[in-house]
Each structure stands twice: as C-alpha cells, then as structure tokens.
Design a protein around this ligand. Sequence first.
Ligand code: BES
Ligand code: ZN
Length: 619
Amino acid sequence: MRKWGVFFIFFALACGKEMNDESSMIPDPHSYANSGQCVVTHLDWRATVDFTTKQISATATWTIHRKEGNEVVLDAKSLKIDSIFLDNGKPAVFSLEGDDPILGQALRIRLEPETKTISIRYRTTPGAEALQWLMPEQTAGRQHPFLFTQSQAILARTWIPCQDSPGVRFTYTAEVTVPSNLLALMSASNPIEKNESGIYTFEMKQPVPSYLLALTVGDIAFRPVSDRSGVYAEPVTLEAAAWEFADLEKMIAAAEELYGPYLWERYDVIVLPPSFPFGGMENPRLTFVTPTLLAGDRSLTSVIAHELAHSWSGNLVTNKTWNDFWLNEGFTVYFETRIMEKLYGREHSEMLAVLNLHDLETDMREISSGPHPDDTKLKLDLQGRNPDDAATDVAYNKGYFLLRTLEEKYGREKFDAFLRDYFSTYAFSVMDTETFIDVFKTYYREHFNINVEDALFTSWIYSRGLPADFTPPSSDRFAKVEDAARNALEGQDITAATKGWTTQEWLHFLNMLPDTLTQAQLQTLDRLGRFTESGNAEIFSAWSLIAVRNNYSPIREPLRRFLINTGRRKFLTPIYTELAKTPEGRAFAEEVYRAARPNYHFVSTSTIDKVLSFDPPGL
Ligand code: BES
Ligand code: ZN
C-alpha cells in the first residue's frame, strides 16, 4: 500500500502539472493572476509573527514558470509591499494597480529574460481579512494570544501576495518565527511541540492552491490518535478534543476504503478558539475546526468526516473557479455521508441526509426571494461578486442530492468505481462543471455502456431549485420523531418516546415544530428537551431561532452568552436575522453585537454587518 501511495503521488504530480498549464488558460473572475503567461510553482515563505503590533512581516519567494511575456501578476490586498527582488538580487520594477473592494490589487512585477524567482518583502496590515488576532481573554486558556488564518475563498492575498486562484497549485516551504512560548502550525508538515527558539519550519510537498494556505499560532499542544493522525488544541481543551475525535483513524481508513489512498501522509485536526467562523476548514494535513464540535457525546463529528473527505474532493480535485464551488462541496457532503454510513450505519446517515434536505429547502426559499435567485443553480455566475456570498447550502446539499441521484439511478457499485477513478485521474488538478459532465458521461458510456441523458444535468446544474422528479430521502426513526412532535403539540406527554434520542433526532424534532407556538407550549417543550440549557451548539442554535421567533424570554441571557462566545457564522447569521425582524429583537441584537463583534472573524462580521446594517468602525 505504502509503495503504491508513493508511486501514485509521482504520477499524479506529473499529470497535475500538465492539467494546470491547460486550465490556467481559462480566466478566473476572482483573480488578477496572469497564470496563462506566467505561473508560480513553489513558495518559500520566511515570516515573523508579532503579537504586539499584530503584524506578520515576511519575505515570499516565488519560483515561477514562464510561458510568455515579461511580467508576473499576483493578487494582493491590504498588504504593505516594502521591496521586491529578482533572483539575481536586483530590485524589481513593480506596480500595485487598482483597489477593488473585493479583489484587492494586481501586483505586477517586471521580469528579466532569465528570472526564475521573485522575492517580495512585505508586511500585513490591520485590514488583513484572513487573519484573526485574539487576545488571551478570547482563548480557552486565557493566558496567551492566538492567531489563525482563513484563506478560502479569496483571502490568502491578504496575508501572502500570491496567484490567488484555485486553478494555480504550488508546493511550499516556510520558516516562521513566533514568541518562544507559542507553537506555530501550517497546512504542511508540522511540529508536535514547542521549542525554545520559537522558530518552526514547514514543508508542503504536494502542490496546493492558495486558498489552502493556513497558519495558526498559539499555546497549542498535541495528542496522537493513531500513527498518522492526532489532535491539536489549547492544553485546557486537549483532552475533550481527543475524546470527541477518537474515531479519526477509523474515518481515514473508511475514506481510503471508499475512494483510494490518503495522499497527504498525516491527517491532524486542530480545535481553534470559539471565534473560528466555520464548522471546519480543510487545510491540508491539518483541518481547522470550531470548538462547538465538542458536544461531549461525539454527536457532531460528521464535520470531521466532511473536512477529511475534502482531502480527495477539493484538495486533490479542485474546483477550477468559485463558479464551480459545488464540485468541492457537493462531492464532499456525498463523501462525508458515505464515511458516516460506513462507521455508524445507514440509519444514521439517512438521518443526516434528511437534515441536509431541510437545510437546503430553507436556504433555497430564502435565496429564491432575494436578489440572486440564480444562486439556486449549481453552476454559479459570480462575476463581480464576492464568492463568499454564494457559499450557500445549494453547493453543499443540492450538489449532494445530485450525486446521490446519480448513485441511485445507475447503482452504487458503478458510482463508486467512477469516483475512485475520478479522484485518481484528476488528482492535483482542477475540474469545472462542464468537464465533469463530460467525464461522467464518457465514463458511463465506455465502462458500462450507459448513455446518460443531458436532461439530468440540465435540470440539476443549470436550473433553479430541485428537479420535479427528485426523490427525497426518508428515515424511519425520523417518522417516529414526527409522530412524537404531533403528539406533543396536541398536549400529550412524550417523555417516554424521546428516550434515547440522538442529537439528530432532537434536531429533526425542532425542525418539525410550527412557526408559531404559545408560551405554554414553549415551556413544555423546553422542559422536555432542556434546549435553553443545552451545551450542544446545533441544538441550542436551532432552539434559539424558535424561541426568538416566539418571544420566549428565558432564551435571552443564554443567547447573549452564546452570541458573545461563538463566532461560527452558520449559527450567527440566522439568529441575528431572526432577531432583526422585530424592534425589540433588533435592539437586543445591536446591543449584543456591539459586545460580540470584537470576538468575530472578518468572515462573520462582514455578513452580520449587512444583516444589522451595522457601520463598521474605521481602521
Ligand atoms: N471549505 C468549507 C468552508 C468554507 C467554504 C470556507 C467557503 C470559505 C468559503 C468547509 O469544508 C465546510 O464546508 N465547512 C462546513 C462544515 C460542513 C460539515 C458543512 C461549515 O463550516 O459549516
Ligand atoms: Zn466543505
């Protein structure tokens, strides 16, 4: 197995490079990079992280591969460029052009005929949207400051000048200097303990796109789970984290059994402080996750299966531009669900599928009545828009249901064979929607003599909403939950029926409740499920929406604490949106947001500022 793995990497790297050259001819609406003429292939990054000035000072040395022309164009946003040198040490002629609020600036660097590398000396600024600098009080341990990055989708350019397009891959090495009592980790080979010098070196041998560049610095400790996986966290969180994610190795093994060898050597997870804006982020070799996964009962670990699955869908086969985002996320939700099925059974994974459908329908209703109803198509057109705005449940769950439909229509065995070949053939390269359709149709014709009709793709990919002939998933256990919900609303005591319910059953129960409830009903429900005091962030946030909508006052103080302590956008957005619907709710939301905003990452504040029409303070 090992030997094959190594062989496979070489093979894949060779192919990937070729694919890259071709694909970079197609322009990316979210990057200024001229990768069709000159593409970067390797980054050597030397950086110093200064917590007192909240600044990274660095030199980024890019190796370039020139096909034509005499300049390389990189993306940069809010960076202070001090100087740029060519490989012969000669200062380069460069310009920073434009200042687009979404894309930032084009950094144009003039090349000489023999130029192989360019070294950019620069500093980050307080406007660096990828970076969140946390004060000690904002961490679990409350003793040390913390820093983490979030590069996806187009924020890498705010901390490293780069060709910030998913179609451009490069290897990297790094040397990062941090205060000597802190540990630094990247999306690369990582240390497992602090050293006296505070200098850490990193290597990422497999080529990655810029959105997978990641760095985190803090008082971080490590605990192994298996010989190729483990958990990083602040020391006070480490034990809980290692317990919650004890099935890490089983998940990797299940994923490999499904779709081929794990090609990134190690798979580790770091639990970040609560302000991390996502559930998880698939930074290669080191998934970043929110501490809200630490429910204490391992009930929210499908997020780990999801980020692990990205090691194939996304990190090996990468969406060509953000218009093809569903190729990253839809495939990953499908893969995640298959891992969960393998580990915990079909009954469990079908509950996850039904919950996904509920989220999708809720999101689609909202998108359909908003300014961009075409965002309910899988193929997006994000020209002139921030790709982050269209990172909705459509890519995730409509994408998932398309793949599930392909599986069910022609059989699982065929679909699995296709996916295994798909991941190995296109490893370390990019994919767009049109190529995927072509690849799928060709594979089914050549291997199975099946003609897949275009109508299927037209209705799923290029049309709004869900196709009329879509078959929704169903779950027997959820059918019982629906009965219980009906009985509860009729005033029956359903305590006995809820015995042994999992988090997923409670979530479905909450989803089944009508929009309007009386105070008496809310009290009875709360006594039954103890939602207001729930430490499970999924359950608490779902309940708080119901509570806010129905003006249930006991939610107020727990909700205030939750909003101040949690920075995960998926929870914040619907809650602030619901609060903003009434004058009293809005007043409460604004008061809480003023206190909470400093705890949130840019990704979350940029969304919530809009929800509350909040004027951000000037820098
Ligand atoms: N890659 C995404 C996070 C992301 C998407 C960051 C778009 C920036 C732009 C990650 O894999 C993800 O999907 N996270 C989900 C969890 C998942 C189980 C649906 C999340 O954060 O909720
Ligand atoms: Zn994802």
